[in-house]
Design a protein around this ligand. Structure first.
Ligand code: PEP
Ligand code: MN
Length: 346
């Protein structure tokens, strides 16, 4: 249920309506639009008569949301959410490019990979420190020591940072080093982790579970938002289908679908979607054309030597050339993408 306040409703009226909702034992989620404030009531509201609130001063209308997700739905917030990461805006006119190695392997590897993506115009540096590897014998990532490196290199390149969190206990230790906390496909339904992320004041990139429907994905976002953290960025990274020729099947139709259901930004990861370097560029082009708000791309300065996901990692020159192509494509869809950095970068 959402309570839409009048255009001119004042703070006192908003406070009085919020109090009325709380007095009935419900939480209130406030969303201030350009013209109107919307108050979302989370929880089991079946027993409440909407007229209870409709008659309060300052209330324009009360709408029952029929989707099972509420805060994530377009009905709760009627304009697209823009998530701020420092000066970067995800969900605005810029298509935000996040790039870097799958896993942080060491100083030279991270530095050289980061330098190449920064120069080509990527804004956010990726690098896994806690890795959800399919095999327990594979490299599991460097942990917090790797994240210290991620922050240092990111700062030096003028980039924000993103890295995957696998369990609730890792959140606090990661906060000094990571600007966006990534939830991987395998953890999209780890509800304890999602609830814990709802309690932190840090954007979360929520990857789609590899066998999750769009509705399950939005409900996972709802878990984070219900805790109070509304800064959720969705990421389509390919799903499991009967098709086995690539690592996954990239569901690009999910991008406009999600945009028709939710106000949250949605980005695309063509690297994990395909598992193959030669497929990353064509699908990255398509993702931007279909309306994605950003891309998450694996880039390694020497993919043949990578300890994880080398076959899908772009080489620096390939990434730079993709960025050039994206600068042309964004014009056709009324967006923009950051320019190459001045040669003054380290
Ligand atoms: C990753 O981005 O490094 C990753 C493990 O991705 P996914 O969760 O999509 O497999
Ligand atoms: Mn990877």
């Amino acid at each position: 249920m959402v309570i839409i306040m009048n255009k001119g409703a004042g703070e006192e009226e908003i406070a009085a309506v919020s109090l009325e909702v709380r007095n009935r034992g419900f939480g209130v989620h406030r969303s201030d639009g350009a013209e109107q404030t919307v108050l979302g009531i989370a929880g089991e509201v079946l027993g409440i008569d909407p007229r209870t609130f409709e008659s309060l001063p300052g209330v324009q209308e009360v709408v029952l949301l029929t989707e099972p997700y509420k805060l994530a739905s377009l009905g709760f917030r009627r304009k697209r959410s823009v998530i701020r990461v420092g000066e970067i805006e995800i969900g605005g006119p810029e298509v935000v490019i996040m790039a870097g190695p799958c896993t942080i392997e060491g100083e030279e590897q991270l530095y050289r990979s980061a330098e190449s993506v920064a120069k080509a115009g990527a804004r956010i540096l990726r690098g896994g420190a806690f890795k959800p590897r399919t095999s327990p014998y594979s490299f599991q990532g460097p942990g917090i020591a790797g994240l210290e490196l991620l922050r240092r290199v990111g700062d030096e390149m003028g980039m924000a940072t993103i890295s995957e969190v696998m369990e609730a206990g890792q959140i606090e230790p990661m906060l000094p080093f990571v600007d966006i906390l990534q939830v991987g496909t395998r953890n999209m339904q780890n509800y304890n982790l999602l609830a814990a992320l709802g309690k932190v004041n840090r954007p979360v990139l929520l990857k789609r579970g590899m066998s999750a429907t769009v509705q399950e994905w939005l409900l996972a976002a709802e878990y984070i938002m219900a805790g109070g953290n509304h800064d959720v960025i969705l990421c389509e990274r390919g799903i499991r289908t009967f098709e086995t020729s690539l690592r996954n099947t990239l569901d690009l139709s999910a991008v406009p679908m999600v945009q028709s259901l939710s106000h949250l930004p949605v980005i695309v990861d063509p690297s994990h979607a395909t598992g193959r370097r030669d497929m990353v560029t064509p699908l990255a082009r398509a993702a931007v054309a279909v309306g994605a708000d950003g891309l998450l791309i694996e880039v390694h300065h020497d993919p043949d030597a990578a300890r994880c996901d080398g076959p899908q990692s772009l080489r620096p020159a390939e990434f730079a050339s993709l960025m050039g192509e994206l600068r042309l494509i964004v014009q056709a869809v009324g967006r923009r993408v950051s320019e190459e950095s001045a040669a003054s970068l380290p």
